[in-house]
Write a protein that binds this ligand. Sequence first.
Ligand code: GUN
Length: 248
Amino acid sequence: MVRYILVGDNQASKIYVNYKEKACKKVGIKTINHNLPENTEFSTLAELIEKLNRDSQVDGILLQLPLPSHLDEDKLLEMIDPDKDVDGFHPLNVGKLILGKETFVSATPLGIMNLLKAHDIKFKGKEAVVVGRSNIVGKPIAALLTAHDATVTICHSKTIELEKQIARAQILIVAVGKRGVVKPQWIPSGCVVVDVGTHRLDSGKVVGDLDFEEVSRKAAWITPVPGGIGPMTIASLLQNTVKAALNH
Ligand code: GUN
């Protein structure tokens, strides 16, 4: 059984939790949601997390981010029992990932690796360029690619001459959270391209950080948005939840 904690009215978070819940239902994983109001106090959340940590019926705990600004995300994530941390956000689990030890890997980077492996993409000695250095995607995917023997470059908002860095990519992970930062003409031909972004245009159309049509002319592989890394993330979260249950 997994418990989802959602605080406040963030619409995107509500949609994500809804997806996760539905996916659990489909495969027979029990879920209980804790939907808490925007003005929830730190102590209330801390008590809930501690209660769930102690409950032997609970295999996994997921605190949906972002939290309202008055709540200290880092402190709360640290309170989650690392053995129930299906998100892989606890510092102990992040540390284990860096050390190359068995741990919970956060769902998006795990989903990316699962997808690339399923398509028999080779990592050894490859030039991998990661654009974005978030704790949720950029940093952990860079660690995983390094552990799989790729040569990894991490780029971010302060990177000078991003185009030059991207020119060497054989594997390119774009997790910027902004559309159009990486230009289609920069993509080296034959590159394996993973687009982690999700944006809803005014027209209602959902798109990634990249221009899919343009980039697909040059890339050997490219993940679509929607239907690419999003569903892989959900599947990988389920994988982590099953792993947590088997560990208990
Ligand atoms: N907010 C955006 N992505 C995630 C995620 O993977 N897990 C959690 N808990 N919150 C998120």
